[in-house]
Design a protein around this ligand. Sequence first.
Ligand code: CA
Length: 225
Amino acid sequence: MVWKVLIVEDEKKIREIVKLYLQQDGFSVLEAADGQEALQVFQEQRPDLVILDLMLPKLSGEEVSAFIRKQGETPIIMLTAKTSEEDRVKGLESGVDDYVTKPFSPKELAARVKAVLRRSGKPREAELKSGDGLIKVNQARHKTKVGGQSVALTPTEYRILVLFLSNPGVVFSRAELAEKAFGWDYEGYEETIYVHIKNLRKKIEPHSNREYIDTVYGVGYRWLG
Ligand code: CA
């Protein structure tokens, strides 16, 4: 099981960058672009944590958080441009677990997400597994096993594998993989991704006798396991 985080934000750019950082940390990310969509995705998918923008179309962040609170104790981190103490206190009274004021560092937000989940006492599955259970990644120890055997991965291969295991069936373009494997501003590394994929395949596929990484021609790669 992987932690599911719902990000509710009407600005696509912010959603995308937050998504990127969270996926890189092994979270599964759901998105909603307005308050109504947020309620719908929340009810259907039951995320483990919600990152909620305060100023939203259709329903406000406060209305969404009130709804979530009625349903249970899912932690909420509010994104807000309002900085006055009064707003913060009001938000905290309505059941918000933490605040991040815009503009924010996505890295810091990802750290807050982890801290809030730790505080909420929700145990994180330390292990990510492929669907067939043959590939296991221990995230606390950064160890990878295939069919019971330890496999030494480079940091880049490890990040790509974590991304795939957290998002099975999702097609990632080379550019997306490069951004996720190397960080945000590494456009030039797109061309080297196929080398990392090739090496990762060589390390994981012989031990399991099957293909896990599917090449989607002209688009990118997808995890099959
Ligand atoms: Ca907004």
